[in-house]
Design a protein around this ligand. Sequence first.
Ligand code: UT7
Length: 315
Amino acid sequence: MNGIKIAGLGKCVPGKVLTNDDLAKMVETNDEWIVSRTGIKTRHECTTESHGDLCLGAAKAALADAGVSPEQIGACIVATVSADNLCPAAACLLQRDLGLPEDIPCFDLDAACTGFLEALHVMECMLNASRRKFGLVVGAEALSRLVNWEDRGTCILFGDGAGAAVVECREGWEFTDTVLGCRGDEKLLHIPGAGSLEPSLISMEGTAVFRFAVEMIPKCIEQVLSRKQIGMEDVDYFVLHQANARIIDHVMHKLHIPEEKCYKNIQEYGNTSAASIPLALAELKELKKIGSGSRVLMVGFGGGMTWGGALVELA
Ligand code: UT7
């Protein structure tokens, strides 16, 4: 199997910024609690923008960054739990709006906050079987539509946004060999769907998810390093799913990862689920903290329960 590298990155976030003080007018909370327990100061919220607009904005930016034209794309996956429609998939509408070829697979993938990493793995496998060598992977969420605005334990956490990566697959590049896992559970993190009588709103057992995260992330990092037979020092940046700054700090401390090697943007965006990792990657590139040849170790975890880790290089 041939491997993939990231050829281009892009992001798109809605214009409206919701501050902790704004939330304190809606539920019994305050800025001090939210910042000290989560690290979140603001999050972006869709008003006029649709989920599809976020996908399109991030995808266009990633294609431009890669210098790749829509006709070169061999597959398109949108990782999400909050698309505009159950059908058609967000990826199908991207095919139309970007002018992607018609003879390629386009579909959405639901693995919650691990979605981007699962999608990268699926894309890598599919590109090995494609005559086109570029793929488009988008992580996008409009979670503000699924948040229970009366539940202070969850409504303060989530934000809207999208990140996208154009990946390239070439003969001779090492297979990524992504670490992925699942432990089926519908209590820890739940969004009821069409088969439920309950409203489609997010519910979460926060403390249990926190424990799950601090158990799984170090294991994922160690598994990725051991599969690749490299050490921490061979990684240029660590990008962990932005769910809670305390989770990230805990892992960095436990594994002795220096602060300057671990990116955090949760303070601005909150938890954007499947968008959080590609959004962080796009920002790191914009800030010129990563570029051609950089090696980034990413870890995702969340609903399902799911988890994943991968080391990718920028082309
Ligand atoms: O991407 C999916 C993955 N999701 C996550 O990784 C989330 C992981 N979990 C977390 O980030 C944390 O568990 C939370 C931030 C959700 C909650 O933090 P916590 O330190 O686990 O707080 P808690 O749920 O144990 O609640 C502590 C107290 C409670 O009050 P009492 O019972 O001690 O009186 C809560 O009612 O804090 C209260 N509380 C709040 N107070 C002010 C809960 N939410 C709030 C709030 N403002 N927004």
